[in-house]
Design a binder for this molecule. Structure first.
Ligand code: TRP
Length: 463
């Protein structure tokens, strides 16, 4: 059993703020718009929402329940309720978390770099932001400094423990992000041609939905909701029995989805008003937004622009915190080393693991053109996200629902949710979760997993 000195969240609001802080991050503001832009705009949005409801919410509830019931890290949770063999699912999650953070931190470094560039440098005087983005991601020394800096800040907060660091930061910063996003949406709507962007984002063209749309949307759902690697098992292990799991999961899911939706609503009018292509890929936000800040004039542009990238950094920070917490909680529980040592050691190791990804954005050619699949050349950066995020996280989710429904049992699952929450027993939420976790999620996740692996990595098309 977990020791009493593990720490805990102060209550439901603290938990929701931290879990939503984990969920809301680069995934919502940086990745969601460019994924949508590459896969048909509104068509992607629609498939994404279906994935959130049928897969995301059930898997999230499942993870939190497993965590709260066992009060321990993912590895130990699977071992306790399952067996030694099942504990490998927990280990797989921890591996995904480490690899994921190693690349995520590189992107966080870009955001940090843009924040500094707009606040103190001359980023607003740049003529061609597309060229600027390509050059800046290939710049080794800048990237090294900023992503190292980001990892250090993450480690400082995580080393302070659950209540002091993670919760406090999330509670202050999340509402700020929300407000700035709303302001930028209003602004973007006033730009010429904004309507084209809104249409692209909200009126679906169903002919654009194909297998790739579906697995991209599913991968994005796991990425954005922080699912599939046990982050929420970890957070759930710090959750008090008094708090309703299903309500907390609903709040987190809705918040996260809303922020992603709003990010799209902000970006597409900007992209269309500047005559850019929505399918530009990972540079989308880093190209469309500075252009607008530039047009706002030197002072306004600097204030709004630095505010935006600062909040993007904060959104990323509450996510890197949750990611670093996964190996940290695991090692604290299993090895009983001092928390500080563990945190700094993990942060440094993960930073080093991320170096090839960092250098694969143009700095080193063999890493930039690392492999060829899905009809295109892929960098180490792409490869790590493809394997450990787009494929690895849904796999973690699949194993989780199989574990809950076939090994732990729906009865025990329902009982855990109903502790101090008896209304759950006769609720629609219960019926929904039991149908999805038992049948729908395993079926959909299993099918998509097989199709994704075959199509993505082996170029075998079933559909
Ligand atoms: N959800 C975060 C985002 O959208 C990323 C993230 C943080 C994450 N912690 C996670 C993803 C744990 C999966 C698992 O930016």
């Amino acid at each position: 059993m977990a020791g009493a000195n593990r720490g805990a969240f102060s209550g439901k609001i603290g938990f929701v703020a931290a879990a939503a802080g984990s969920a809301v991050g680069l995934g919502n503001i940086w990745r969601f718009p460019y994924e949508a832009g590459q896969h048909g705009g509104a068509a992607f949005l629609l498939v994404y929402l279906v994935c959130i409801i049928l897969i995301g919410y059930p898997v999230m509830s499942g993870e939190i329940t497993l965590g709260r019931n066992t009060g321990t890290n993912p590895y130990n949770a699977y071992k306790k309720l399952g067996s030694k063999a099942w504990s490998f699912v927990g280990i797989w999650g921890i591996i995904c978390g480490i690899m994921f953070l190693s690349v995520y931190n590189v992107v966080a470094g870009w955001a940090f770099n843009y924040f500094i560039g707009i606040s103190f440098g001359n980023l607003l005087q740049v003529e061609d932001y597309g060229a600027y983005f390509t050059a800046s991601t290939a710049d080794v020394s800048d990237n090294f400094v900023y992503s190292f800096g980001f990892m250090v800040i993450t480690a400082v907060i995580v080393s302070r423990g659950i209540k002091g660091g993670i919760e406090k930061a999330s509670k202050i910063l999340m509402p700020l992000l929300f407000a700035l996003l709303l302001g930028l949406i209003v602004y973007s709507f006033t730009l010429p041609n904004a309507m084209e962007g809104i249409k692209y984002y909200l009126i679906p063209d169903f002919s654009l939905i194909n297998v790739e749309t579906i697995y991209s949307a599913l991968g994005q759902a796991f990425f954005s909701l922080s699912l599939g690697m046990g982050a929420l098992i970890t957070y759930g292990s710090y959750l008090n029995k008094k708090n309703s799991i299903t309500e907390a999961a609903k709040l987190v899911t809705i918040t996260d989805t809303l922020v992603a939706f709003l990010a799209g609503l902000m970006i597409f009018p900007l992209v269309f008003s500047q005559g850019q292509s929505p399918s530009a890929g990972p540079g989308l936000v880093f190209v469309a937004l500075p252009g607008i800040f530039h047009d706002m004039g030197p002072l306004t542009g600097r204030i709004v622009g630095s505010g935006f990238f600062l909040l993007l950094c904060f959104a990323a920070l509450t996510s890197t915190i949750s990611l670093l917490e996964i190996p940290a909680t695991f090692l604290v529980d299993e090895k009983k080393w001092p928390r500080k040592t563990i945190v700094w050691l993990s942060a440094l190791t993960i930073f080093i693991i991320g170096l090839p990804s960092m250098l694969s954005q143009g700095a080193v050619d063999s890493l930039t053109n690392f492999l060829f699949y899905e009809g295109q050349s892929k960098s180490v950066f792409d490869f790590v996200f493809d394997v450990f995020s787009d494929t690895g996280l849904p796999l973690g989710g699949l194993l989780l629902v199989i574990f809950i429904s076939r090994r732990w049992g729906m009865k025990k699952f329902n009982e855990e949710i109903a502790v101090e929450n008896p209304r759950y027993i006769n609720s629609i939420t219960k019926s929904f979760l039991n149908i999805t976790i038992r049948y729908l999620s395993p079926l959909i996740l299993g099918t998509i997993f097989i199709v994704t692996v075959l199509q993505k990595f082996f170029n075998v098309h079933i559909f």
